[in-house]
Design a protein around this ligand. Structure first.
Ligand code: G4P
Length: 553
């Protein structure tokens, strides 16, 4: 049997019989996996933290490798060399690396990317359907920001446990207790800090480890390029070292305990609490602690619930669901890559799977696997891993692939769009292609499609969570489907679900329009959230609901 890009199987005992790896081997590999995403607002430090995690996992020796940050040495091309040499993989979608904790726990980390402002799209939300846990990264000076809140909302609806990281503690920022209050008040999760900062924001000396009572003192390294040395001091030595800052940290930690804010794994996994860590990703402070929390406390893949509400155990025959389909924008490479999360069993390249939606065989032998900035072959994958399948034109987000025992995972819900545009074909002779293309964009989940009697069949509406989705759809309609289109943007920013009676009331309202989405859901579009609030105040009987993840709750 060949091994995958992270050399995952080399260290693990287990049989590979003629029918594939044993159930024990599959569940052991599943238990090693931690599959998570970082949810944050742009600039909170997600790239810096990603790099710091890889640095601390000892996959690279110097930060700067991934993004070639100014003032740091390595370049992206060095990174690609390292990627090959060390068996880690990075793409715009997923990054995988092995990590052994100080206690000898041997893990494989799958870090899925949630793109930022310019490339924010419905795919960003879909990525969150493929993770077992999320790290909510917050800038210490800014607190909770809009994009973080949007992504959090999806995690909440999908009941994904959240680890909170307060970053940039080396810079002036807010009071830590105030930040805890904000988290509790705005998102309803009780923060249960595992570490507490010693030194105010801007004077980050280290953290109080609330589980051991010790002081973890960090030392800066030049430019934050290498892992920061840390010493673990008993309370007596901590007081001598950090004086009043230590006393303050201890007092605040006691206040938290008195308030019931101590970590509890069951309520964390049950989405009632969130463990909190304080970091400076740029200085590499607190990053070890985050890795250890991921290893010790974050859930590993635990089987996926199918459409009938049954959990398919990880050691069952192979199954996966597609959570993202990326179409090549380059006309020379018009293929589509489908990213699938493995839910059970093992993926062996070359095996023939079944595509649950059509019942047809799906051949992985000729489907090029993609994992890495450049395409490379992925031979084996286990529960929690992401496989990229090129030229998989039949696959759509939400589709299930399986082997031997059939399974159908639930569809990925449509998320609440915030951008809307009327679509018109610019070449009247391409009427048929236009209709077909609109249908295809909708089926592939590139954009959502809305219609209304008022605007007619010739002028459907594209709806998206990020404007980049319009660019992709416009480009593909022109190049692949020979149906060039023009978009006329509509002045709406908020969508709510509404029933037929509510739609009647809304019909004659200014700055509001009601559409039917292809899945039959009625959507009321409002110009602003103030317009929506005003309408709700005046019409408390009209039932409007949030569509963040319609059909999913
Ligand atoms: P993002 O991926 O979430 O968008 O954020 P990114 O890591 O690119 O970080 C945004 C900026 O914040 C960068 O500064 C980065 O260096 C800085 N930063 C990230 N984490 C920390 C931290 O813990 N402490 C401090 N002080 N700064 C942090 P930049 O000026 O935009 O880029 P660069 O020149 O530093 O690379």
């Amino acid at each position: 049997m060949t091994e995958n890009s992270a050399g995952l199987a080399t260290a693990t005992a287990g049989s590979t019989g003629p029918t594939g790896p044993s159930e024990d081997r599959i569940s052991a590999e599943a238990r090693r996996r931690r599959t998570f995403a970082v949810i944050s607002h742009p600039d909170a430090g997600k790239s810096t933290l990603t790099e710091a995690l890889v640095l601390h996992a000892k996959v690279i020796t110097e930060a700067g490798a991934i993004h070639g940050k100014a003032g740091r040495r390595s370049t992206v091309s060095d990174w690609m060399e390292m990627e090959k040499a060390r068996g880690i993989s990075i793409t715009s979608t997923a990054m995988q690396f092995p990590y052994t904790s100080p206690t000898g726990q041997d893990c494989v980390i799958n870090l899925l990317d949630t793109p930022g402002h310019a490339d924010f799209s419905e795919d960003t939300y879909r990525v969150l359907t493929a993770v077992d846990c999320a790290v909510m990264l917050i800038d210490a000076a800014k607190g909770l920001e809009p994009q973080t809140l949007k992504l959090f909302e999806v995690c909440r609806l999908r009941r994904i446990p959240i680890i909170t990281v307060i970053n940039k503690w080396d810079r002036p920022g807010r009071d830590p207790l105030e930040l805890m209050d904000e988290i509790q008040a705005r998102i309803g999760l009780r923060p249960t800090p595992l570490t507490w900062p010693v030194g105010i924001a801007g004077d980050f000396k280290g953290v109080l480890d609330r589980r051991t009572g010790n002081f973890i003192r960090f030392t800066r390294t030049a430019g934050g390029a290498t892992a920061a040395p840390e010493e673990h001091l008993e309370p007596g030595a901590a007081l001598a070292s950090a004086g009043v800052d230590w006393e303050t940290a201890v007092e605040e930690s006691e206040l938290l305990s008195a308030d019931g804010s101590d970590f509890d794994r069951d309520t964390f996994l049950g989405n009632a609490t969130t463990p909190v860590l304080f970091t400076s990703a740029a200085l590499n402070f607190g990053v070890n602690q985050l890795l250890d929390v991921l290893v010790q406390l974050a859930p590993s893949p635990n089987g996926q619930i199918d459409v009938d509400g049954q959990r398919r155990p990880t050691e069952s025959p192979f199954s996966a669901f597609v959570f993202k389909v990326q179409a090549g924008m380059d006309s020379a490479h018009r293929d589509r890559i489908a990213y699938a999360r493995v839910c059970s069993g093992t993926f062996e390249r070359g095996e023939v799977l079944t595509h649950a939606t059509t019942g047809k065989p799906f051949v992985t032998k000729y489907a090029q696997s993609v994992f890495g900035q450049q395409r490379s072959t992925l031979d084996t994958a286990w529960p929690g891993d992401v496989i990229g399948l090129a030229n998989a034109n039949a696959l759509r987000p939400g589709d299930t692939l399986y082997r031997d025992i059939p399974v159908h995972y639930p569809p990925i819900p449509s998320f609440s769009p915030e951008h809307f545009a009327v679509v018109r074909g610019t070449d009247p002779s391409k009427h048929k292609q236009f209709r077909k293309g609109i249908e295809q964009m909708e089926q592939e989940g590139v954009v959502q499609v809305l219609r209304s009697d008022r605007r007619g069949e010739q002028a459907p509406i594209f709806a998206a969570v990020g404007p980049m989705q319009f660019e992709v759809a416009t480009h593909r309609m022109a190049t692949e489907l020979s149906a060039p289109i023009a978009l006329e943007f509509l002045p709406y920013t908020v969508a709510r679900g509404v029933d037929a009676a509510g739609a009647e009331v809304l019909k004659n309202q200014p700055s509001v329009e009601v559409f039917t989405r292809t899945d039959g859901v009625l959507l009321a579009l409002f110009s602003t959230k103030w317009r929506l609030e005003g309408f709700q105040r005046d019409n408390p009987d009209v039932n409007l609901w949030s569509l963040v993840a319609a059909g999913d709750a």
